[in-house]
Design a protein around this ligand. Structure first.
Ligand SMILES: Nc1ncnc2c1ncn2[C@@H]1O[C@H](COP(=O)(O)OP(=O)(O)OP(=O)(O)O)[C@@H](O)[C@H]1O
Length: 234
């Protein structure tokens, strides 16, 4: 089943075509990576999926419903969760309290807080103030907050930025585990992470889909190499 799809999704900023007529389909249960050079339109595209950016044209469907006109909070309630490059945690609250906010939003049991912290390896820091965590741990806390919503779709924007090599390994293992529970859309610059975790990869370039395929196909694709891999940290 297709969980998320877009048709003709477009966004222009005063004439600049940041995203142009993108048709995108994400089947349920897949880990999909969205990659592309800086400025390719990834953040704008995901902003439109989540309801943070209003499209200039086109539509977004989630779970069989057209959600194009729904505000972000309604999409969250429908089962979308996302973490962004800019951290959204509350620094003066503990890790436990931060995740509890996400659990309370869907009236879930408090045991889900511990479970979510455990999943990302932060259980022993539950009582630590979120603001005192390292940047990498704050990113993991955000993922825990996303997971606590028990989402059908988890969108992760640059989740490994600021993580150490060991933390990146743990993150890749976590993604593989989460596959059984939720569909994942991963915006990621670290190609090793993409190649290890993604079932399929969508490559954006100048706001359009340049290629789509499994990691081997994308690795072998010459247009992708020219547009992206040659200029990035592949
Ligand atoms: N609010 C805005 N106003 C004007 N132009 C914008 C705005 N947001 C994005 N853009 C432009 O739209 C294009 C796509 O930007 P976007 O941030 O979506 O790319 P990206 O692929 O996420 O890049 P990065 O990998 O650097 O995060 C860029 O040319 C960018 O300068």
């Amino acid at each position: 089943m297709t969980l998320l799809s877009t048709r003709g999704l477009s966004k222009s900023f005063s004439g600049l075509r940041a995203v142009h007529e993108v048709d995108f389909d994400l089947p349920e249960g897949e880990v999909r990576a969205l990659i592309g050079p800086n400025g390719a339109g990834k953040t704008t595209f995901v902003g439109m999926l989540c309801g943070r950016i209003e499209p200039s044209a086109g539509s977004v469907s989630f779970d069989g419903h057209d959600v194009t006109a729904l505000p972000a909070h309604r999409r969250i309630r429908a089962g979308m969760a996302y973490t962004f490059q800019i951290t959204s945690i509350f620094g003066r609250l503990t890790c436990h309290e931060n995740v509890a906010l996400a659990v309370r939003r869907r009236n879930g049991p408090l045991s889900d807080v511990t479970h979510a912290l455990d999943r990302v390896g932060l259980a022993d820091r539950a009582e630590q103030l979120a603001g005192d965590l390292s940047y990498g741990h704050q990113r993991l806390l955000e993922i825990a907050m996303g997971l606590a919503q028990k989402p059908r779709l988890l969108i992760l924007d640059e989740p490994t930025q600021g993580l150490s090599d060991t933390e990146i390994d743990a993150f890749c293992a976590l993604i593989r585990e989460l596959k059984a529970e939720t569909t994942i859309l991963l915006i990621e610059h670290n190609m090793a992470v993409v190649m290890q975790t993604a079932d399929r990869i969508t490559v954006l370039n100048f706001g359009e889909i340049l290629a789509e395929g499994d990691p081997d196909q994308i690795r072998a694709d010459r247009t992708v190499q020219a547009a992206y891999l040659g200029t990035e940290d592949a």
